[in-house]
Write a protein that binds this ligand. Structure first.
Ligand code: 8YV
Length: 328
């Protein structure tokens, strides 16, 4: 990228220490008030930038990429999921794309486990009761939820995060089942005592809790379709910390309102940040604002990864977290 400092446009506010390092290393254009970029701002940014550092709130589709200026050589995503970036279009224009895998695995798995516990044990509902002053004291039949020990957890997508959830779930005495495009290595299955289901449909019909951990791609859009959701037993819970688009949210809401499912724990939504108002009124649904990976440690590590990817690329080497079309 030549001798002058590369112009790096960062679309959202990052932790201060990361921004400070970016300003030292690059000609960094930061987003001080942290507003999500409009499409026009995004296009203006990629016309000038050598490097773009976007996040999940930027939709970098083929149309946006077609407006890239001649200097844009790297899109260093601050995040792991790549469904908001048309990697194939970037590749065609000779733009390298990177992401930040691994460093948010444990935090996202923790949040998933929190939801797997929170929904059956009615945690948010109980908390609301205490806060609103509607708790009248203990009684033997008050706020009874369901035990998760001994229950069957069906993991949809056994990648890094799915495996980290499986490890935690074993610690809570759950039986781990999974469906994945490919069966994972036998050693991992043995370590996690995980049962593989080649048929997603068959797995869904037998689980107590389903947790989604696959990326959102054209192949996984509405993977949990209305038909598949109907395969779930009425006592089952659905947890999603991956991407809202993997579940047909309208069908999910319909089933929840009819009592055809026991509850749901959602950190992501199909039309984020919009949340279906029907769910807001449901006590058996725990709703979180896409905070699965939101820890200070995780964000710092993501920033470090972005910087390493930019530096390696600027030094003329293959960045460690390069994403190729069709990889995710
Ligand atoms: C991030 C995520 O917070 O990395 C991802 O794919 O979904 C989140 O955990 C966000 O995407 C950062 O851009």
């Amino acid at each position: 990228m030549g001798l002058k400092k590369p112009l790096v446009v960062v679309t959202r506010k990052l932790p201060e220490a990361i921004e400070t390092r970016m300003m030292e290393l690059y000609d960094a254009r930061l987003n001080d008030d942290d507003h999500p970029f409009s499409k026009e701002e995004l296009i203006a940014a990629i016309k000038d930038a050598d490097v773009l550092v976007p996040t999940v709130t930027d939709r970098i589709d083929a149309g946006v990429i077609s407006q890239a200026g001649p200097n844009l050589k790297l899109i260093a995503n601050f995040g792991t999921g790549m469904d908001h970036i048309d990697v194939a279009s970037a590749h065609e224009r000779g733009i390298t794309v990177t992401n930040t895998p691994d460093v948010l695995t444990e935090d996202t798995a923790d949040m998933t486990m929190a939801l797997i516990l929170a929904v059956p044990r009615r945690l948010a509902e109980g908390e609301r009761m205490v806060r609103t002053g509607t708790w009248n004291g203990w009684s033997p039949t008050h706020m009874l939820g369901h035990r998760i020990t001994g229950k069957r957890l069906g993991i949809v997508g056994m990648g890094r995060i799915g495996q980290a959830v499986a490890r935690r779930a074993r610690g809570f005495g759950m039986a781990v089942h999974y469906h994945n495009r490919r069966r994972v290595h036998a050693d991992i299955e043995t370590e996690l005592e995980a049962t593989y289901w080649e048929s997603l449909d068959q797995m869904l019909a037998r689980m107590d809790v389903i947790s989604v951990h696959c990326p959102h791609t054209p192949a996984t859009f509405h993977l949990l379709s209305a038909r598949r959701l109907r395969l779930l037993q009425s006592h089952a819970y659905v947890v999603n910390t991956a991407r809202g688009e993997v579940i047909d949210e309208t069908a999910l809401v319909r089933m929840l309102s009819r009592g055809e499912l026991a509850g749901a724990g959602l950190d992501v939504f199909e039309h984020e940040p919009a949340v279906n108002p029907k769910m807001v009124a449901m006590d058996n649904v725990v709703l979180l604002p896409h905070m699965g990976s939101a820890t200070i440690e995780g964000r710092m590590a993501m920033g470090d990864k972005v910087i390493v990817n930019i530096r390696t690329f600027a030094d003329g080497h293959q960045p460690p977290d390069r994403v190729l079309p069709g990889m995710l």
